[in-house]
Design a protein around this ligand. Structure first.
Ligand code: ATP
Ligand code: MG
Length: 372
């Protein structure tokens, strides 16, 4: 495993969340609503289908009140939280989190909150307290999960918040920045003016802002193939099945480079199909050999203890690769291995992976092992 140099100072910028896991739930999706039941209690939540259907959907209305009659457990989650905790485990350098929201209480320790919880893991966090931390509902197991997020809440940074951020950046002299699932443009605009910025792009940001402001300036961009279409497709709709999303991700990478002046490396995570990793001239597809892939997918679908966070953990590895100046193909491989470990499958190494080069926007015809 590659070591992060001790002199790196990484800042992860984005929103944490509280993830609610409903005990012994059953759920079904009918039309555009999801019905969740626990024993005799049942609720329905209307989902926002305007950008297509993926395993992460927003609700039309706030739903927290509806959850009250259910028995559920809570865990901290969200892109930035998942990435910062994953990155802490693999890096020797200084690691901090900047979250514009108010830190939620840590329900496992009386009187403690998320800031202190992170502090105990060696992560120094700053919260701006602009807006309350959201609660997401996590349904199903890894093989068929559905994450329901609340509707987007708007917030803006006060002049006090702006000064707080500026003095935080000045004081810590961060060398590398990772934006993940950040809501709100003001903070993103501030961070993207720094050097060595990577951004994980989700539906939390407006597609035009991503394409016009973030894409040209970031040194690395990460998308997930389920949500890439929301950013890059005309009409902001995610379409197609797994295969079509894979093909259109290759096309999307080419469009980012030609139409939007994207100079940084581009990564697209493809679930069980691995990762696309692109540098200036080439797009590599890195994936598990078929037999191992089937074994891993079978394992993670039912036995994984982590339903979420594979992409955010991959982001931590890609960020580490950026810090260490590795080649995108190698970085993609590290991301795949790290994410699969995160999902609880540990007997995996570089020898289990193959890579191929996508020519003229098409899927690779041949693949090679990493040893060759
Ligand atoms: N079933 C699987 N088999 C092999 N690798 C997997 C599997 N699921 C996830 N991965 C690895 O994890 C990476 C990230 O997963 P995915 O593409 O689903 O991201 P995500 O949707 O952002 O994450 P999550 O689904 O956890 O929210 C993939 O690029 C892949 O390397
Ligand atoms: Mg996924």
């Amino acid at each position: 495993m590659v070591q992060t140099s001790d002199s790196s100072r990484g800042l992860i910028v984005g929103n944490a969340s509280i993830d609610a896991y409903i005990k012994d739930e059953k759920h079904s999706i009918i039309g555009e609503t999801v019905t969740i039941s626990q024993g005799t209690r049942e609720i329905t939540i209307k989902l926002d289908y305007s950008s297509g259907f993926t395993d992460k959907m927003s609700a039309i209305d706030e739903f927290f009140r509806l959850l009250q009659g259910f028995e559920f457990s809570e865990k901290f989650g969200g892109g930035a939280y998942n990435s910062v905790t994953s990155f802490r485990k693999i890096s020797q350098g200084l690691v901090s989190l900047l979250d514009p929201q108010t830190p939620a209480l840590d329900s496992t320790v009386p009187g403690s909150n998320l800031k202190q919880y992170l502090q105990r893991q060696g992560i120094d966090a700053r919260f701006l307290s602009t807006v309350a931390m959201p609660v997401n509902i996590i349904l199903g197991d890894r093989g068929g999960k559905l994450i329901i997020k609340g509707p987007k809440r708007e917030y803006s940074l006060s002049s006090f918040d702006n000064r707080e951020v500026d003095s935080f950046l000045r004081e810590y002299k961060f060398t590398h920045f990772l934006i993940n699932s950040l809501k709100g443009h003001q903070l993103a605009e501030k961070i993207v003016r720094q050097n060595n910025v990577m951004a994980v792009i989700t539906k939390s940001l407006d597609p035009n802002f991503v394409l016009q402001v973030l894409a040209p300036r970031c040194d690395a961009l990460q998308f997930n193939y389920d949500e890439f279409g929301y950013i890059i497709n005309d009409g902001n709709k995610v379409i197609g099945d797994e295969n079509e999303r894979f093909e259109s991700a290759i096309d999307g990478i080419l469009r980012l480079k030609t139409d939007y002046n994207t100079k940084g490396n581009i990564y697209v995570t493809l679930g069980s199909n691995g990762i696309l990793a692109s540098s200036k001239g080439q797009i590599h597809h890195i994936r598990l050999v078929e037999e191992t892939g089937e074994r891993v997918t079978k394992y993670v679908a039912k036995d994984s203890t982590c339903v979420t966070g594979a992409g955010d953990c991959a982001a931590a590895y890609l960020f580490k690769g950026l810090i260490n100046g590795l080649e995108p193909k190698r970085i993609g491989l590290e991301g795949c291995i790290g994410a699969i470990h995160h999902l609880g499958y540990h007997s995996i190494s570089a020898d289990d992976f193959i890579s191929g080069s996508c020519k003229k926007g098409l899927a690779p015809k041949t693949y090679k092992t990493f040893a060759s």
